[in-house]
Design a protein around this ligand. Sequence first.
Ligand SMILES: *Cc1c(COP(=O)(O)O)cnc(C)c1O
Length: 376
Amino acid sequence: MAKEPIFVTQPLLPPLEEFIPYLQSIWDNKILTNNGPFHNQLEQALCDYLGVEHLALFANGTLALLTALQTLRIRDEVITTPYSFVATAHTLLWNNIKPVFVDIDPKTCNLDPAKIEDAITPKTTAILAVHCYGVPCAIEKIQQIADIYGLKVIFDAAHAFGVRDSGGSILRHGDLSVLSFHATKVFNTFEGGAIICPDAKTKERINFLKNFGFANEVTVMAPGINGKMNEVSAAFGLLQLKYIDSALQRRKEIEILYRQALSAVPGISLLPPAEQTSANSAYMPILINKDAEKTRDAVYYAMKKAGIHGRRYFHPLISDMPMYRRLASAKQENLSVALDISRRVICLPIYPTLSHAEVLRIVETLATALKKQVAG
Ligand SMILES: *Cc1c(COP(=O)(O)O)cnc(C)c1O
């Protein structure tokens, strides 16, 4: 009998009957969006849970990133990573900003701080860094460089829900941090996102910008966008928060099980486990070694054929996409580490409802795919 396919992720869905009272309350009070009661409750609940002071909810992470750049009036050139989801760079183009790609550190898959200064020009205004796979960037080094050159720092923290360092949430760093609550993320509101900011004044500016720029009934302060989170999504977020600790715990157990089982598989490497931070086990990336018998794509397709749907995340590099590849900084020789990892990575399935047996089946399928001669 054919086994059920396993996909790279599954959303965290609390029991449906627990969601009904939230919907009833929305029907009762007839407030669907625009700073509704669930929206405001979720902002406070997330501040409490994450340990941050000011957080503005958004309809999705991309609108939050777009608005973060607007909030700080970022322009001209921004240093960023080619090894991310395409939204990171797209939000620069939407703001008429030129992305300047800098290579990554192979140990973290994040911007290599040693390569940032070479990319700074008189037009550089900010660094847009990503905590890839929930692994924190070289936050201190990036901030030091930013301070010397007078640059703003924005962290795309779409992967980093709940990640802390010794001082607390990593979301407190930089000028702004941005979360995504997309269905595929650790914490989801179907679609959603947030900006974490340091003070009430900035939060007010963000609130104006996410509501078309309305500062009051008659004043529009900027060409803002519609970035507001609706009440159904906010209510879902509140319900899901009740389950997030057990979900994160389960992710951690799965990562530990994976690391044990994968240590017996020749031909692959893992990123080092998080050291000084609490990881969120959001992703399970593996790298196919250069001297392995099979290429990454051969392994990826063989696993898919056997019903295990990993993801080549991130491949291709953003810098190799048609709207970016003509930039001087997009040259492959400038980004050799990112290119190498992008050619060797597979993210294995990881989500709270993945069973012990399924993890072992995935690892077995991977081991077989690494060995077997694959036709075509
Ligand atoms: C998911 C993601 C985004 C975009 O978030 P959406 O909520 O899907 O708009 C941005 N950056 C990174 C790194 C992401 O993974």
